[in-house]
Design a protein around this ligand. Structure first.
Ligand SMILES: [Cu+2]
Length: 152
């Protein structure tokens, strides 16, 4: 369940790639997915025009933290993200172990439980819809350590 090491490796690899000079010079035949439905009124955002500011398309990154004074809650009760890859990082400044987890629409993923000073991170691929983020430590979700993640 805990994918922390793999995430770190992935992050490092991505960094290395980015550092190694951006983007290969388009040798490969453009594999543009021709699946885009013509009905979508795409507001010109999908086709990046010119400027090679490669944001990497790394997906949404969200962060929150556990209540520092030991209450069983997060500092946010709602989050929103774009569909696709979503990374959520929870800081735990409290003396109580906590973790971050996401559930909904067939997704159910728990992050690593961390103690004071630690970070719990999960990366999930989400479709538009509503999800619940919560702390998977026993009793914490029931006590109110949860919120709504809206994906658009
Ligand atoms: Cu907790």
């Amino acid at each position: 369940m805990t994918r922390m090491p793999k995430l770190l490796v992935l992050g490092a690899a991505a960094t290395a790639l980015a550092a190694a000079g951006c983007g290969g010079g388009g040798g490969s035949s453009s594999s543009t997915p021709s699946s885009a439905p013509a009905s979508t009124p795409a507001p010109a955002a999908s086709t990046t025009t010119g400027s090679s500011s490669s944001s990497g398309g790394a997906g949404s990154k969200l962060s929150l933290s556990a209540d520092p004074s030991g209450n069983l809650k997060f500092n946010k009760s709602s989050l929103s993200a774009k569909s696709g890859s979503v990374t959520i990082t929870m800081d735990n400044p409290s003396p109580i172990p906590h973790a971050i987890a996401v559930e909904g629409n067939g997704v159910d993923k728990d992050g690593q439980t961390v103690t004071k000073g630690g970070k719990s991170t999960i990366t999930v691929t989400l479709k538009p819809g509503k999800y619940t983020f919560y702390c998977p430590v026993d009793g914490h979700r029931a006590a109110g350590m949860k919120g709504t993640l809206t994906v658009q």
